[in-house]
Design a protein around this ligand. Structure first.
Ligand code: C2R
Length: 223
């Protein structure tokens, strides 16, 4: 039972963070691959894109990303990039609470068993995906509202964030893919101290970049 496709990525550990633009925060070597039949990242074998047996540890599968449609991927791929930068494993799937309700429920139910520790759910329009997934799992769910309609994403934002009490969805900004990934990293960093270190470095780099931009700006204005 597989939707249109599944993207997975895994990275060897190592955090040699260099900048805050989403390029690379971890020194780990990336291994990306497509796997069409795995329900989640832990169900497959440890083979890399080159088919060789990888050093990937099953315990590395951390973030599950679901998106309501392939059309959301232009935003979601920015979250993947951040996760790769932190050497956090992820798996992205196209699952819709509206169009594939059975698979959505099954995904939520099986996520924890599959080793997923945080879920990012991206959807546009009447975005019920994050809420439905959150209803079916104790794992924290980050809602990523996608701007995909004539309402500029306000519909997605409200339908993601306005959850009834008892079923929280930690919602980021409309198309806020980077923050969705960063929040996922921060949640994981409670358990994985190396991610906390990486996040501190990320923040220090970001601060340095802004200070440097400020200096350049003031120099150009000759203040
Ligand atoms: P199409 O581009 O496939 O028509 O989808 C998707 O996330 C997408 O942004 C248009 C939009 O519909 C959204 N969608 C949802 C859900 N499933 C798909 N909001 C859901 O289950 O909430």
């Amino acid at each position: 039972m597989s939707p249109a496709g599944t993207t997975t990525a895994s990275s060897k550990q190592g955090y040699n963070i260099s900048n805050s633009d989403g390029n690379r925060y971890g020194g780990g070597e990336q291994q990306s691959r497509r796997r069409g039949n795995a329900k989640n990242g832990n169900s497959g074998s440890n083979s890399n894109s080159d088919g060789s047996s990888g050093s990937r540890n099953e315990a590395n599968m951390k973030v599950g990303i679901v998106m309501g449609s392939a059309s959301d991927y232009r935003v979601v791929e920015r979250a993947e990039k951040i996760l790769r930068g932190f050497a956090v494993d992820y798996e992205t799937r196209i699952i819709s609470a509206h169009r594939t309700p059975g698979i959505a429920a099954e995904y939520a139910q099986d996520a924890e068993m599959g080793g997923i520790e945080v879920i990012i759910a991206a959807a546009g329009k009447a975005a019920h995906l994050a809420g439905v997934v959150a209803a079916g799992t104790p794992i924290p769910v980050i809602g990523l509202p996608i701007k995909s309609s004539t309402l500029d994403g306000l519909d997605s934002l409200l339908s993601t964030v306005q959850m009834p009490k008892g079923v929280p969805v930690a919602t980021v900004a409309i198309d806020g893919a980077e923050n969705a990934a960063l929040l996922a990293v921060q949640i994981l960093s409670v358990k994985y101290s190396q991610l906390r270190e990486a996040m501190l470095t990320y923040k220090a780099n970001m601060e340095r970049e802004v200070i440097s931009a400020d200096m350049d700006f003031r120099e150009s204005k000759q203040y």
